[in-house]
Design a protein. Structure first.
Length: 484
């Protein structure tokens, strides 16, 4: 009887799927078992293809596969109203068979099984694309952080070099160094030159100075020139020291200092576009081919994605920060580092294009992973909120459910009140927290790190086999046949 009923139900489902398909779509399903690809296998085998890994060559192949699957028809309409487990069962049956076996099925069932397999394939390829995208972005973020670490190691060497260089400059400028000695010597020689000129006052004309007795004018001038040369030589010692460290310009001291300043702190975000750049066009193709939707009222990431896609053809350093509505695109969802990277104080109303794109792609991958953004026509990345039961269907059941799970007594069960239920849960949580706090001093297994505040449990030591387990073991052995 069960087998008969099952056959009747499955037949009805297959007929429903068949009737919701057009004649052209039905013919397209049958052609899958007949037409062959270039490798000699039927197109039916293409329905069974799965992703081989998050490589970009597979990523592009999946795009082609998705386009081919979508050309078969809107499979969601075909299986509308059919329970998801039943679609999975039918698809599994088709997947386990080969083309020759399916040709032996009755026409309606054959088409229905192929339709379910095509529907699952469309779901799967969107899952694969979204998964590959998330893995690709995660891999690029990892590489950006590794690049930052390499820069940090290089910075450490640069900083050590700068310290050594600055120490050498200080030695040249400090007391007892070449510069100070040269300055002192130049000052003494200048004083001798002035004294040789019989200390003329500042207002003395040149002719009067030239008539000084003893012919000391020219030797004095010569001494003064020597003093200036000594002074210049002292200052030149500092300059030569800097020049020996690659100089001031080019790849010299200033550039090294700029590197240290630019990559100070955990600022890997500015490096990410350099990793994502080669994949930019493919990722925009993905955003165009897949339909994203938000699972909550927070649509800031998708709004930013739409803005990035509108400016996809831009090649300048900056793009406008204004959306289609004339208002600034909201990027408050991003971290402080990302906002710092995207915004340029010298360019108000503009975004740094490359960093903005990297920020959007990063947060899109994160929201896909957490379920805040869903992929229409996907299974793994489907909108979880659509899978919840309608409140109208369950509004009479929560009271009985609370009694069943022990959250209230049967005599207390009445109309469900959300506010009271929440208060009840909060009271239970506070009570459990208070009991845990009170029992902590006597607990030997729970340890809270005094510095970080992180709790951890010590490995549990078994107390040995319980008496009930021993009795069970004896009963099992007593009822087992003698293997001898």
């Amino acid at each position: 009887m069960a087998s008969t009923i099952r056959t009747e139900v499955n037949t009805a489902i297959c007929c429903g799927i068949h009737d919701r398909m057009s004649l052209a779509e039905q013919a397209g399903m049958l052609r899958l078992l007949e037409e062959c690809d270039s490798d000699g296998t039927t197109q039916f085998n293409r329905l069974k293809q799965t992703a081989q890994g998050p490589s970009w060559s597979h990523f592009k192949r999946l795009f082609t596969h998705l386009e081919w699957l979508d050309e078969l028809g809107d499979t969601a309409v075909w299986v509308d109203g059919v329970a998801a487990p039943k679609v999975t069962d039918f698809a599994g049956e088709a997947d386990a068979a080969d083309a020759s076996e399916l040709r032996d099925y009755a026409g309606i069932k054959r088409i229905a099984l192929l339709a379910c397999l095509a529907h699952k394939a469309r779901l799967r390829v969107r899952d694969d694309l979204a998964t590959m995208f998330c893995k690709r972005v995660a891999m690029k973020i990892k590489k950006a952080k590794e690049e930052l670490e390499e820069i940090r190691l290089a910075e450490r060497e640069i900083v050590e070099s700068l310290i050594g260089n600055y120490r050498t400059v200080l030695k040249n400028l400090d007391d007892g160094g070449p510069a100070q000695e040269a300055l002192a010597k130049a000052a003494a020689m200048t004083a001798e030159a002035v004294k040789a000129l019989d200390e003329p006052d500042e207002a003395a004309p040149v002719e009067e100075v030239a008539r000084r007795p003893g012919g000391e004018v020219f030797p004095a001038v010569l001494a003064l020139a020597k003093a200036q040369l000594v002074q210049a030589g002292g200052l030149g010692a500092v300059t030569r020291a800097v020049e020996s460290f690659c100089g001031f310009a080019g790849a010299g001291q200033y550039e090294q200092i700029e590197k240290v300043s630019a990559h100070h702190g955990n600022f890997w975000e500015v490096l990410l576009y350099g990793q994502l750049g080669p994949d930019r066009s493919v990722m925009f193709d993905l955003a165009e081919k897949l339909e994203f939707t938000t699972t909550s009222e927070d649509g800031r990431v998708l709004a930013a994605l739409a803005h990035a896609m509108r400016n996809e053809s831009a090649r300048g350093e900056y793009i406008t920060a204004l959306g289609e509505d004339g208002k600034t695109v909201d990027i408050s969802f991003a971290t402080q580092n990302w906002r710092k990277a995207v915004l340029d104080k010298t360019r108000p109303g503009r975004f740094v294009r490359k960093r903005f794109e990297a920020m959007v792609l990063t947060h899109l991958a994160e929201e896909l992973r957490t379920g805040d953004v869903a992929v229409v026509g996907s299974e793994e990345y489907a909108d979880w909120s659509e899978q919840l039961l309608a409140w109208e269907d369950i509004q009479e059941k929560p009271a009985d459910y609370l009694v069943e799970v022990g959250l209230c007594e049967e005599v207390e069960a009445g109309a469900f009140d959300a506010a009271s239920f929440r208060q009840q849960l909060e009271d239970k949580l506070r009570g459990a927290a208070a009991a845990a706090d009170a029992g902590y001093p006597d607990s030997e297994g729970l340890v809270i790190d005094p510095e970080t505040g992180i709790p951890s449990l010590k490995p549990h030591r078994s107390e040995g086999q319980r008496p009930s387990a021993k009795r069970l073991e004896q009963e099992v052995k007593a009822r087992m046949p003698d293997a001898r």
